[in-house]
Design a protein around this ligand. Structure first.
Ligand SMILES: Cc1ncc(COP(=O)(O)O)c(C=O)c1O
Length: 368
């Protein structure tokens, strides 16, 4: 099979087995003579698809009964406005943002139409290479919620799993897990709202998964438009309007694939193995490759690094030659440059081995 070692940051790699199953069922879903894409979202087959996807996700993350799972549209970005729209009463409500990279910065900027954002931490002045100690974070007096991004995809910064323990006890905890969702176990009970665009570890672009504490649903004002309205989404099982049915079907298959491969604990083991191999190699390259991210915050999903402190010519050559080996999508985000290797769940350990062998050869050929 002509499959690339696709280290893209998103839409990212999808497991081969899932794509094969999609292919098998594409023209005739379970003997219906129709594709899942051609069926009513209220019909028997799709009802089973969405119910199973929900049940499997609940199993994967051991989501307690007090939470609901929603499948929304508009990408994770839609929720940057959608969350304050639902959780804040007044424009004057304060929301605390922990700004550690592009995505928390964007969420903070977008929220201002519905609340008064406060930056508890803003790491931009340090180029988003580290995070200052929690003791120095400046929370406001009574924030409605604290928003943070668990894994900053562009900058390669990942938070510790229990970072919420530093937040004010009275504030709700809202977390953007778009790029490390389902890659490690999470204690859902410590969160009030978790959201994730599916296109990294949990599906393809087009849906955003929301896990929300049911007690919060009553906070939504009737004036919130239906497509953004968490209460109406929950009451209709995300079916008040036509959902992206194919995307929910693919996510459902991915949830089953994760369950079959050791659950989120299995994914955690894999990400530790893959990221350790890569970072160890980078750290032992005598400065040929360099990761500038603070070691305590290095992402196990998106490894960002440079060649010879940012030699653009060599980095371009690296990406070009990598492509010849079917190693693809390793250029850093256009806003930061450099190189970025995304190690999402579907990336095999063998692909990381192929990448490291290539990196070793490239280093030998291009060292002075
Ligand atoms: C952490 C994070 N949050 C939010 C987004 C925005 O997601 P979307 O493009 O689905 O709106 C992304 C996209 O890559 C992301 O990585």
């Amino acid at each position: 099979m002509n499959r690339a070692h696709n280290f893209g940051a998103g839409p990212g790699s999808v497991p081969d087995e899932v794509l094969e199953q999609v292919q098998k069922e594409l023209l005739d879903y379970k003997g219906t003579g129709k594709s899942i894409m051609e069926m009513s979202h209220r019909g028997k087959e799709f009802t089973q698809v969405i119910e199973e996807a929900k049940a499997d996700l609940i199993k994967l993350l051991a989501i307690p009964d007090e939470y609901d799972v929603l499948f929304l549209q508009g990408g994770a970005s839609a929720l940057f406005g959608g969350i304050p729209m639902n959780l804040c009463n007044e424009q004057t409500d304060t929301v605390d943002f922990i700004v550690t990279g592009t995505w928390s910065k964007t969420a903070c900027a977008d929220s201002k139409y519905f609340c008064s954002p406060n930056k508890v931490v803003d790491m931009e002045s340090q180029k988003f290479l580290t995070v200052i100690p929690p003791e120095q974070w400046k929370f406001s007096e009574s924030p409605t919620y604290v928003h943070y991004c668990d894994n900053e995809t562009v900058h390669g910064i990942e938070m510790p799993t229990d970072v919420y323990k530093h937040f004010p006890k009275s504030a709700l905890v809202v977390c953007d897990m778009s790029s490390n969702f389902l890659s490690r176990p999470v204690d859902v009970s410590k969160f009030d709202l978790i959201f994730a665009g599916a296109q990294k570890n949990a599906g393809i672009s087009g849906i955003t998964i929301v896990i929300i504490k049911k007690s919060l649903l009553s906070k939504t004002k009737p004036s919130v438009p239906t497509v953004f309205n968490f209460l109406k989404k929950s009451q209709s099982n995300s079916l008040d309007n036509t959902p992206p049915t194919f995307n929910i079907y693919v996510s459902g298959l991915i949830f089953k694939w994760i369950l079959k491969n050791g659950g989120v604990e299995g994914m955690e083991k894999l990400r530790v193995e893959k990221s350790s191999k890569l970072y160890d190699f980078i750290d032992q390259s005598n400065g040929f490759y360099k990761c500038f991210i603070d070691k305590d915050y290095r992402s196990k999903m998106n490894a960002c690094f440079r060649i010879l402190d940012g030699n653009q010519e060599l980095e371009d050559k690296f990406a070009k030659q990598a492509l010849e080996q079917k190693i693809t999508d390793i250029k850093g985000h256009r806003s930061v440059g450099g190189l970025r290797v995304s190690l999402y769940n579907a990336i095999k350990v063998e692909s990381v081995d192929v990448l490291i062998s290539f990196m070793e050869k490239f280093m030998k050929e291009n060292s002075k």
